[in-house]
Ligand binder design. Sequence first.
Ligand SMILES: NC(=O)c1ccc[n+]([C@@H]2O[C@H](COP(=O)([O-])OP(=O)(O)OC[C@H]3O[C@@H](n4cnc5c(N)ncnc54)[C@H](O)[C@@H]3O)[C@@H](O)[C@H]2O)c1
Length: 373
Amino acid sequence: MGRVDGKVAFITGAARGMGRSHALRLAEEGADIIAIDVCADTRICAYPMATEADLSKTVSQVEALDRRIVSSVVDVRDLEGMRKAVDEGVATLGRLDIVVANAGIDTLQTWAEITPQIWQDTIDVNLTGVWNTCAATIPSLISAGGGSIIITSSTAGLKGLPFNTPYVAAKFGVVGIAKSLANELAQHRIRVNTVHPTGTDTDMVRGLGGIAGIQEAGAHLVGLFENSLPVELMDPVDVSHGVLWLASDESRYTTGLCLTVDAGNTIRLAGRLFFLAHHDAGVDGDGESGHVLGVVRGQPGHRGTHFPGLQEATLVDGEHRLERADEQGRLRAVPGEKSGTGLVGGQRRRDRTRVYGIHADSVLGKLLGQYPR
Ligand SMILES: NC(=O)c1ccc[n+]([C@@H]2O[C@H](COP(=O)([O-])OP(=O)(O)OC[C@H]3O[C@@H](n4cnc5c(N)ncnc54)[C@H](O)[C@@H]3O)[C@@H](O)[C@H]2O)c1
Protein backbone atom coordinates (compact mmCIF):
# COMPACT_ATOMS: atom_id res chain seq x y z
CA MET A 1 0.00 0.00 0.00
CA GLY A 2 1.33 3.42 -0.98
CA ARG A 3 1.76 6.21 1.54
CA VAL A 4 -0.68 8.50 -0.32
CA ASP A 5 -2.87 5.86 -1.93
CA GLY A 6 -6.16 7.18 -3.30
CA LYS A 7 -5.20 10.83 -2.92
CA VAL A 8 -5.00 13.47 -5.66
CA ALA A 9 -2.23 16.08 -5.72
CA PHE A 10 -2.19 19.45 -7.53
CA ILE A 11 1.38 20.54 -8.32
CA THR A 12 2.56 23.83 -9.85
CA GLY A 13 5.79 24.05 -11.85
CA ALA A 14 5.48 20.32 -12.51
CA ALA A 15 7.14 20.21 -15.95
CA ARG A 16 10.66 19.68 -14.59
CA GLY A 17 12.98 20.02 -11.59
CA MET A 18 11.54 19.60 -8.15
CA GLY A 19 7.95 19.85 -9.40
CA ARG A 20 8.37 16.81 -11.63
CA SER A 21 10.24 14.97 -8.88
CA HIS A 22 7.37 15.65 -6.43
CA ALA A 23 4.85 14.39 -9.01
CA LEU A 24 6.78 11.16 -9.51
CA ARG A 25 7.46 10.52 -5.81
CA LEU A 26 3.78 11.09 -4.93
CA ALA A 27 2.67 8.93 -7.88
CA GLU A 28 5.04 6.15 -6.77
CA GLU A 29 3.20 6.17 -3.45
CA GLY A 30 -0.25 5.96 -5.02
CA ALA A 31 -1.39 9.54 -5.77
CA ASP A 32 -2.99 10.77 -9.00
CA ILE A 33 -1.65 14.12 -10.20
CA ILE A 34 -2.95 17.44 -11.53
CA ALA A 35 0.14 19.07 -13.05
CA ILE A 36 0.42 22.65 -14.25
CA ASP A 37 3.30 24.70 -15.59
CA VAL A 38 3.63 28.00 -17.46
CA CYS A 39 5.90 26.45 -20.14
CA ALA A 40 6.98 29.92 -21.28
CA ASP A 41 10.00 32.09 -20.63
CA THR A 42 10.02 35.10 -18.32
CA ARG A 43 11.07 38.67 -19.03
CA ILE A 44 13.65 38.64 -16.25
CA CYS A 45 15.35 35.27 -15.78
CA ALA A 46 18.74 34.47 -17.29
CA TYR A 47 17.66 30.85 -17.82
CA PRO A 48 14.71 29.39 -19.79
CA MET A 49 11.60 28.01 -18.16
CA ALA A 50 10.26 24.52 -18.89
CA THR A 51 8.65 23.66 -22.23
CA GLU A 52 5.46 21.82 -23.17
CA ALA A 53 7.69 18.86 -24.10
CA ASP A 54 8.98 18.87 -20.50
CA LEU A 55 5.40 18.82 -19.20
CA SER A 56 4.54 15.94 -21.56
CA LYS A 57 7.53 14.05 -20.18
CA THR A 58 6.20 14.46 -16.64
CA VAL A 59 2.84 13.15 -17.89
CA SER A 60 4.34 10.04 -19.50
CA GLN A 61 6.57 9.34 -16.47
CA VAL A 62 3.59 9.50 -14.10
CA GLU A 63 1.54 7.29 -16.45
CA ALA A 64 4.42 4.80 -16.54
CA LEU A 65 3.88 4.44 -12.79
CA ASP A 66 0.28 3.42 -13.53
CA ARG A 67 -1.17 6.57 -12.07
CA ARG A 68 -3.54 9.06 -13.71
CA ILE A 69 -2.47 12.61 -14.49
CA VAL A 70 -4.23 15.70 -15.86
CA SER A 71 -1.93 18.45 -17.10
CA SER A 72 -2.38 21.98 -18.40
CA VAL A 73 -0.35 25.02 -19.31
CA VAL A 74 -1.24 27.77 -16.83
CA ASP A 75 0.59 30.70 -15.29
CA VAL A 76 0.32 30.80 -11.48
CA ARG A 77 -0.28 34.56 -11.83
CA ASP A 78 -3.58 33.82 -13.62
CA LEU A 79 -6.09 33.08 -10.84
CA GLU A 80 -8.99 32.32 -13.19
CA GLY A 81 -6.77 29.98 -15.24
CA MET A 82 -5.67 28.24 -12.04
CA ARG A 83 -9.30 27.78 -10.91
CA LYS A 84 -10.14 26.26 -14.28
CA ALA A 85 -7.18 23.86 -14.11
CA VAL A 86 -8.17 22.76 -10.61
CA ASP A 87 -11.82 22.29 -11.59
CA GLU A 88 -10.94 20.25 -14.68
CA GLY A 89 -8.49 18.10 -12.73
CA VAL A 90 -10.96 17.47 -9.92
CA ALA A 91 -13.74 16.68 -12.44
CA THR A 92 -11.52 14.01 -14.01
CA LEU A 93 -9.79 12.59 -10.93
CA GLY A 94 -12.67 12.95 -8.49
CA ARG A 95 -11.17 14.90 -5.58
CA LEU A 96 -8.25 16.97 -4.26
CA ASP A 97 -6.20 16.18 -1.15
CA ILE A 98 -2.69 17.56 -1.65
CA VAL A 99 -1.47 20.91 -3.01
CA VAL A 100 2.20 21.55 -3.77
CA ALA A 101 2.84 25.25 -4.52
CA ASN A 102 6.26 24.73 -6.08
CA ALA A 103 6.52 27.01 -9.15
CA GLY A 104 9.14 29.73 -8.76
CA ILE A 105 11.72 31.87 -10.52
CA ASP A 106 14.96 33.51 -9.44
CA THR A 107 17.39 36.17 -10.61
CA LEU A 108 20.74 37.15 -9.11
CA GLN A 109 21.84 40.77 -8.94
CA THR A 110 22.98 43.39 -6.47
CA TRP A 111 20.37 45.63 -4.84
CA ALA A 112 21.29 48.45 -7.24
CA GLU A 113 20.52 46.28 -10.27
CA ILE A 114 17.00 45.34 -9.20
CA THR A 115 14.66 46.98 -11.71
CA PRO A 116 10.96 47.57 -10.96
CA GLN A 117 10.23 44.74 -13.42
CA ILE A 118 12.54 42.26 -11.67
CA TRP A 119 10.96 43.17 -8.34
CA GLN A 120 7.37 42.95 -9.56
CA ASP A 121 7.67 39.79 -11.67
CA THR A 122 9.46 37.91 -8.89
CA ILE A 123 6.84 38.91 -6.31
CA ASP A 124 4.02 38.14 -8.78
CA VAL A 125 5.21 34.59 -9.49
CA ASN A 126 6.79 33.59 -6.17
CA LEU A 127 4.40 35.25 -3.71
CA THR A 128 1.12 36.09 -5.49
CA GLY A 129 1.42 32.85 -7.49
CA VAL A 130 1.55 30.87 -4.25
CA TRP A 131 -1.45 32.77 -2.93
CA ASN A 132 -3.35 32.07 -6.17
CA THR A 133 -2.50 28.37 -5.83
CA CYS A 134 -4.00 28.35 -2.34
CA ALA A 135 -7.05 30.41 -3.31
CA ALA A 136 -7.79 28.17 -6.30
CA THR A 137 -7.47 24.88 -4.40
CA ILE A 138 -8.82 25.50 -0.89
CA PRO A 139 -12.51 25.07 -1.90
CA SER A 140 -11.76 21.55 -3.24
CA LEU A 141 -9.81 20.63 -0.10
CA ILE A 142 -12.71 21.76 2.07
CA SER A 143 -15.07 19.64 -0.06
CA ALA A 144 -12.75 16.65 0.42
CA GLY A 145 -12.98 17.05 4.21
CA GLY A 146 -9.37 18.13 4.67
CA GLY A 147 -5.97 18.04 3.03
CA SER A 148 -2.37 19.16 2.99
CA ILE A 149 -0.95 22.31 1.37
CA ILE A 150 2.83 22.29 0.97
CA ILE A 151 4.47 25.55 -0.09
CA THR A 152 8.04 25.58 -1.42
CA SER A 153 10.00 28.33 0.27
CA SER A 154 13.81 28.09 0.57
CA THR A 155 16.63 28.49 3.04
CA ALA A 156 16.33 32.04 1.67
CA GLY A 157 12.90 32.17 3.32
CA LEU A 158 14.45 31.68 6.76
CA LYS A 159 17.55 33.85 6.50
CA GLY A 160 18.54 36.76 4.32
CA LEU A 161 20.67 36.00 1.29
CA PRO A 162 22.58 38.63 -0.65
CA PHE A 163 22.00 39.30 -4.35
CA ASN A 164 18.40 38.13 -4.63
CA THR A 165 16.32 40.40 -2.44
CA PRO A 166 12.96 40.10 -4.29
CA TYR A 167 13.26 36.29 -4.22
CA VAL A 168 14.07 36.35 -0.51
CA ALA A 169 11.17 38.74 0.17
CA ALA A 170 8.76 36.36 -1.59
CA LYS A 171 10.17 33.27 0.14
CA PHE A 172 9.70 34.93 3.56
CA GLY A 173 6.25 36.04 2.42
CA VAL A 174 5.04 32.52 1.67
CA VAL A 175 5.87 31.53 5.25
CA GLY A 176 3.38 34.21 6.29
CA ILE A 177 0.77 32.77 3.95
CA ALA A 178 1.35 29.28 5.38
CA LYS A 179 1.18 30.31 9.02
CA SER A 180 -1.98 32.39 8.51
CA LEU A 181 -3.75 29.67 6.58
CA ALA A 182 -2.58 26.95 9.00
CA ASN A 183 -4.53 28.75 11.72
CA GLU A 184 -7.51 29.64 9.59
CA LEU A 185 -8.00 26.28 7.87
CA ALA A 186 -7.30 23.94 10.80
CA GLN A 187 -11.02 23.75 11.50
CA HIS A 188 -11.40 22.11 8.07
CA ARG A 189 -8.58 19.62 8.79
CA ILE A 190 -6.43 21.36 6.21
CA ARG A 191 -2.74 21.50 7.12
CA VAL A 192 -0.40 24.11 5.66
CA ASN A 193 3.39 23.76 5.86
CA THR A 194 6.46 25.15 4.09
CA VAL A 195 9.50 23.29 2.79
CA HIS A 196 12.88 25.03 2.79
CA PRO A 197 15.44 23.41 0.50
CA THR A 198 19.07 24.40 0.19
CA GLY A 199 20.73 24.44 -3.27
CA THR A 200 19.29 21.60 -5.35
CA ASP A 201 20.46 20.36 -8.72
CA THR A 202 17.84 21.76 -11.13
CA ASP A 203 17.72 23.98 -14.23
CA MET A 204 17.15 26.98 -11.98
CA VAL A 205 20.42 26.58 -10.12
CA ARG A 206 22.34 25.55 -13.22
CA GLY A 207 20.87 28.57 -15.03
CA LEU A 208 21.96 30.94 -12.28
CA GLY A 209 25.54 29.70 -12.58
CA GLY A 210 26.06 28.52 -9.00
CA ILE A 211 27.89 30.69 -6.52
CA ALA A 212 30.88 31.51 -8.75
CA GLY A 213 29.61 35.02 -9.45
CA ILE A 214 28.98 35.61 -5.79
CA GLN A 215 32.53 34.57 -5.00
CA GLU A 216 33.77 37.30 -7.30
CA ALA A 217 31.39 39.93 -5.97
CA GLY A 218 32.02 39.23 -2.33
CA ALA A 219 34.06 36.24 -1.25
CA HIS A 220 33.28 36.99 2.38
CA LEU A 221 29.62 36.14 1.66
CA VAL A 222 30.27 32.68 0.28
CA GLY A 223 29.84 31.06 3.66
CA LEU A 224 26.16 32.01 3.58
CA PHE A 225 25.62 29.58 0.72
CA GLU A 226 27.52 26.68 2.28
CA ASN A 227 25.91 23.65 3.88
CA SER A 228 26.94 21.90 7.08
CA LEU A 229 26.71 18.43 5.60
CA PRO A 230 29.28 17.73 2.88
CA VAL A 231 27.05 18.27 -0.16
CA GLU A 232 27.02 21.21 -2.54
CA LEU A 233 23.74 20.50 -4.36
CA MET A 234 21.05 18.08 -3.21
CA ASP A 235 18.97 16.01 -5.63
CA PRO A 236 15.33 17.04 -6.22
CA VAL A 237 14.14 13.74 -4.73
CA ASP A 238 15.71 14.70 -1.39
CA VAL A 239 13.11 17.48 -1.20
CA SER A 240 10.36 15.21 -2.56
CA HIS A 241 10.80 12.84 0.40
CA GLY A 242 9.95 15.75 2.72
CA VAL A 243 7.02 16.78 0.54
CA LEU A 244 5.72 13.19 0.54
CA TRP A 245 5.81 13.06 4.34
CA LEU A 246 3.92 16.35 4.62
CA ALA A 247 1.42 15.12 2.01
CA SER A 248 0.79 11.83 3.77
CA ASP A 249 -1.26 11.10 6.87
CA GLU A 250 2.02 10.33 8.68
CA SER A 251 2.18 14.09 9.34
CA ARG A 252 -1.53 14.42 10.18
CA TYR A 253 -0.88 16.58 13.23
CA THR A 254 1.85 18.71 11.66
CA THR A 255 0.76 22.16 10.53
CA GLY A 256 2.43 25.57 10.39
CA LEU A 257 5.85 23.89 10.23
CA CYS A 258 8.88 25.27 8.36
CA LEU A 259 10.49 21.98 7.30
CA THR A 260 14.14 22.49 6.40
CA VAL A 261 15.60 20.04 3.91
CA ASP A 262 18.82 21.99 3.80
CA ALA A 263 21.87 19.87 4.68
CA GLY A 264 22.23 22.03 7.77
CA ASN A 265 22.55 25.26 5.79
CA THR A 266 20.46 27.44 8.07
CA ILE A 267 21.95 26.24 11.37
CA ARG A 268 25.47 27.29 10.38
CA LEU A 269 24.78 30.92 9.72
CA ALA A 270 25.78 32.91 12.77
CA GLY A 271 29.27 31.67 13.56
CA ARG A 272 30.46 31.82 9.99
CA LEU A 273 29.20 35.27 9.31
CA PHE A 274 30.71 36.72 12.44
CA PHE A 275 34.08 35.21 11.75
CA LEU A 276 34.17 36.16 8.10
CA ALA A 277 33.15 39.74 8.77
CA HIS A 278 35.72 40.03 11.53
CA HIS A 279 38.43 38.57 9.37
CA ASP A 280 37.65 40.73 6.37
CA ALA A 281 38.07 43.87 8.44
CA GLY A 282 41.72 43.06 9.03
CA VAL A 283 42.87 42.27 5.51
CA ASP A 284 45.25 44.33 3.39
CA GLY A 285 44.21 45.16 -0.15
CA ASP A 286 47.23 46.44 -2.09
CA GLY A 287 48.48 44.95 -5.36
CA GLU A 288 50.72 42.34 -3.85
CA SER A 289 48.62 41.16 -1.01
CA GLY A 290 45.10 40.04 -0.93
CA HIS A 291 42.85 37.81 1.04
CA VAL A 292 41.21 34.48 0.72
CA LEU A 293 38.18 33.42 2.60
CA GLY A 294 36.09 30.32 2.57
CA VAL A 295 35.18 27.08 4.12
CA VAL A 296 37.22 23.92 4.14
CA ARG A 297 35.60 20.68 5.01
CA GLY A 298 38.05 18.75 7.04
CA GLN A 299 37.05 15.20 6.33
CA PRO A 300 40.19 13.41 5.23
CA GLY A 301 40.39 13.43 1.46
CA HIS A 302 37.50 15.87 0.97
CA ARG A 303 38.36 18.70 -1.36
CA GLY A 304 37.33 22.07 -0.11
CA THR A 305 36.69 25.52 -1.46
CA HIS A 306 38.87 26.95 -4.18
CA PHE A 307 41.60 29.36 -3.01
CA PRO A 308 43.34 30.84 -6.07
CA GLY A 309 47.09 31.17 -5.57
CA LEU A 310 47.17 29.41 -2.25
CA GLN A 311 50.61 28.20 -1.20
CA GLU A 312 50.29 26.81 2.26
CA ALA A 313 47.75 26.59 5.00
CA THR A 314 47.72 26.00 8.70
CA LEU A 315 44.69 25.88 10.91
CA VAL A 316 45.67 27.73 14.04
CA ASP A 317 43.56 25.73 16.42
CA GLY A 318 46.16 22.99 16.05
CA GLU A 319 43.63 20.25 15.51
CA HIS A 320 43.94 20.12 11.74
CA ARG A 321 46.68 20.38 9.27
CA LEU A 322 45.63 21.26 5.74
CA GLU A 323 47.76 20.95 2.68
CA ARG A 324 47.53 22.14 -0.86
CA ALA A 325 45.88 19.46 -2.94
CA ASP A 326 46.09 20.59 -6.55
CA GLU A 327 47.12 23.32 -8.95
CA GLN A 328 43.93 25.28 -8.33
CA GLY A 329 44.80 25.69 -4.71
CA ARG A 330 42.14 23.36 -3.42
CA LEU A 331 42.76 22.27 0.13
CA ARG A 332 42.30 18.92 1.67
CA ALA A 333 42.68 17.73 5.20
CA VAL A 334 45.60 15.47 5.88
CA PRO A 335 44.28 11.93 6.19
CA GLY A 336 44.28 10.46 9.63
CA GLU A 337 43.86 13.71 11.47
CA LYS A 338 40.69 14.64 13.28
CA SER A 339 37.81 15.17 10.86
CA GLY A 340 35.26 17.96 11.02
CA THR A 341 34.48 21.24 9.38
CA GLY A 342 36.92 24.10 9.51
CA LEU A 343 36.33 27.72 8.71
CA VAL A 344 39.35 29.50 7.29
CA GLY A 345 40.37 32.93 6.20
CA GLY A 346 43.81 34.13 5.28
CA GLN A 347 46.14 36.58 3.61
CA ARG A 348 48.11 36.16 0.42
CA ARG A 349 51.47 37.99 0.49
CA ARG A 350 53.72 37.78 -2.54
CA ASP A 351 54.62 34.10 -2.88
CA ARG A 352 53.11 32.91 0.32
CA THR A 353 49.62 32.52 1.64
CA ARG A 354 48.82 32.02 5.27
CA VAL A 355 45.45 30.70 6.19
CA TYR A 356 44.02 30.88 9.65
CA GLY A 357 41.15 28.76 10.67
CA ILE A 358 39.11 27.26 13.38
CA HIS A 359 37.42 23.97 13.95
CA ALA A 360 33.69 24.46 13.64
CA ASP A 361 33.12 23.09 17.14
CA SER A 362 35.45 25.47 18.91
CA VAL A 363 34.28 28.50 20.82
CA LEU A 364 33.96 31.63 18.75
CA GLY A 365 35.53 33.81 21.42
CA LYS A 366 38.64 31.62 21.37
CA LEU A 367 38.89 32.13 17.63
CA LEU A 368 38.58 35.86 17.85
CA GLY A 369 41.19 35.97 20.59
CA GLN A 370 43.65 34.07 18.40
CA TYR A 371 42.95 35.99 15.27
CA PRO A 372 45.99 38.03 14.14
CA ARG A 373 45.09 41.62 13.33
N1 LIG B 1 16.90 24.60 -6.97
C1 LIG B 1 17.20 25.15 -5.80
O1 LIG B 1 18.35 25.21 -5.39
C2 LIG B 1 16.09 25.69 -4.92
C3 LIG B 1 16.38 25.91 -3.57
C4 LIG B 1 15.36 26.38 -2.75
C5 LIG B 1 14.10 26.57 -3.24
N2 LIG B 1 13.84 26.35 -4.58
C6 LIG B 1 12.48 26.54 -5.05
O2 LIG B 1 12.01 25.30 -5.53
C7 LIG B 1 10.98 25.53 -6.49
C8 LIG B 1 11.25 24.70 -7.73
O3 LIG B 1 12.42 25.19 -8.34
P1 LIG B 1 13.38 24.31 -9.26
O4 LIG B 1 14.72 24.39 -8.65
O5 LIG B 1 12.78 22.98 -9.52
O6 LIG B 1 13.41 25.24 -10.57
P2 LIG B 1 13.04 24.98 -12.10
O7 LIG B 1 13.27 26.27 -12.78
O8 LIG B 1 13.72 23.76 -12.61
O9 LIG B 1 11.48 24.65 -12.02
C9 LIG B 1 10.52 25.66 -11.81
C10 LIG B 1 9.31 25.33 -12.64
O10 LIG B 1 8.32 26.35 -12.42
C11 LIG B 1 7.79 26.73 -13.68
N3 LIG B 1 7.28 28.10 -13.58
C12 LIG B 1 7.99 29.25 -13.55
N4 LIG B 1 7.18 30.30 -13.53
C13 LIG B 1 5.91 29.83 -13.54
C14 LIG B 1 4.62 30.44 -13.53
N5 LIG B 1 4.50 31.77 -13.54
N6 LIG B 1 3.53 29.65 -13.55
C15 LIG B 1 3.66 28.30 -13.56
N7 LIG B 1 4.84 27.66 -13.60
C16 LIG B 1 5.96 28.42 -13.58
C17 LIG B 1 8.95 26.59 -14.65
O11 LIG B 1 8.55 26.49 -16.00
C18 LIG B 1 9.62 25.33 -14.13
O12 LIG B 1 9.08 24.16 -14.72
C19 LIG B 1 10.96 27.03 -6.72
O13 LIG B 1 9.93 27.62 -5.96
C20 LIG B 1 12.30 27.48 -6.21
O14 LIG B 1 12.30 28.82 -5.81
C21 LIG B 1 14.81 25.91 -5.42
